[in-house]
Ligand binder design. Structure first.
Ligand code: PEP
Ligand code: MG
Length: 379
């Protein structure tokens, strides 16, 4: 467990006095949230809710949800998941004690929750020989058919992100209710949270409009049920070039933008974020085709231009639009410098990179603050 020395903490406190951009952390559970706070994060910039579904005890219920043949079957699985999700969010809200928490609705490659196809084939072959009439064999064959139905040639360009919410809004509905129930429950303990609900992989304003309406509907329903009023915001990831190019339209439905520069790098370059590093990227860097790995250091000429464009277009529609970054680049020095120059309100990175981000944010502020602002600050 790395610990910060007192000297380093002092240095960080000076950095905090100087920097004019917030630092948040990405955290998916109370343990990470605690680490984030310890390292000085001022909020959670990204809760990846798909990680909550990967818990071994939950995978069978998630499979039940994916494999459901009817709306009723799916609703039954979702009803089991709702209290679990509520508990997940309560845990994070309690640790963060009212600091901002941005929760991203499910962004899964669904196939990741399904059993391995090869293993399933082996089991089926065994059963075909040993127990050809068994119910187990029928069940496994059914499962295999479903796994094959879910298979995609390009899963990262497939049925992911809000596309899932568009096709199966009941899944997002369950999550949003869990978020609001969790907020209500921590409110009883004196912790006020204003959840920030984030829609992933938006490429068209219509997607955000529909998903935002879903959030509003859930809020209205729960407000009526509980007789309580509460606040929340709805925003979007900007991680598809089309979202950046039409950010003026998208901003009309968004309270905030968070740049998902992992996917934005993948889709801007057309490089698979899961494969490129192991294939050609090294050669490209060695031959100086690229100055560095664009998945680690923000490509300011390409991806950065989309970020710049999106901030400008978004704030033309909505001057108060809050903006941040939650891709890997949010914890990298030169990328943080870039984010500061673009006028982002915060960067969000993994908890362990928070101290470095606080320093980099202060350096960027010193480097680029206009003289008048510096004078005012020192006065
Ligand atoms: C991103 O794409 O940059 C992002 C933060 O989301 P994820 O890495 O979960 O796709
Ligand atoms: Mg993404």
């Amino acid at each position: 467990e790395p610990e910060l020395s007192d000297e380093f903490k002092l240095l960080l406190s000076w950095a905090d006095e100087t920097r004019a951009i917030s630092v948040r952390a990405n955290a998916d559970n109370p343990g990470d949230a605690r680490k984030a706070l310890e390292f000085g994060a001022e909020g959670v910039g990204l809760v990846r809710t798909e990680h909550m579904f990967m818990d071994a005890a939950r995978v069978p219920i998630v499979q039940e949800m994916i494999l459901a043949e009817s709306f009723e079957e799916r609703s039954a699985a979702l009803e089991k998941l709702l209290p679990m999700q509520q508990g997940d969010f309560e845990g994070i809200f309690e640790v963060m004690k009212g600091l901002p928490v941005t929760i991203r609705l499910l962004d899964p490659p669904l196939h990741e929750f399904m059993p391995d196809k090869e293993e399933l084939l082996v089991e089926i072959t065994k059963l075909q020989i040993l127990e050809p009439d068994s119910a187990e064999l029928k069940e496994k064959e059914h499962l295999l058919r479903k796994v094959r139905q879910l298979e995609e040639f390009n899963p990262m360009l497939g049925h992911r992100g809000c596309r899932l919410g568009m096709v199966n809004p009941e899944i997002y509905m369950m999550q949003v209710k869990a978020i609001f129930y969790a907020a209500a429950s921590v409110a009883e303990k004196g912790i006020t949270v204003k959840p920030e609900i984030m829609i992933p992989l938006v490429g068209h304003v219509h997607e955000l409009r529909e998903m935002r309406q879903l959030v509003i509907d859930a809020a209205t329903q729960i407000k009526e049920e509980s007789g309580r009023d509460f606040e929340y915001t709805v925003g979007t990831m900007i991680e598809i070039p089309r979202a950046a190019l039409t950010a003026d339209e998208i901003a009309s439905e968004a309270d905030f933008f968070s740049f998902g520069t992992n996917d934005l790098t993948q889709t801007t370059f057309g490089y698979s974020r899961d494969d490129a590093e192991g294939k050609f990227l090294q050669t490209y860097i060695e031959r100086k085709v690229l100055p560095e790995n664009p998945f680690a250091v923000l490509d300011q000429n390409g991806v950065g231009k989309l970020v710049e464009m999106a901030v400008k277009l978004g704030r033309t529609t909505k001057p108060s639009l809050k903006t941040g970054i939650c891709g890997e680049h949010g914890g990298e020095k030169s990328s943080i410098d870039f984010c500061f120059r673009m006028g982002l309100n915060y960067v969000s990175c993994s908890p362990f990179r928070v101290p470095l981000a606080r320093l980099a944010a202060a350096q960027a502020t010193i480097r680029h603050r206009k003289p008048a602002e510096t004078v005012a600050l020192n006065a």
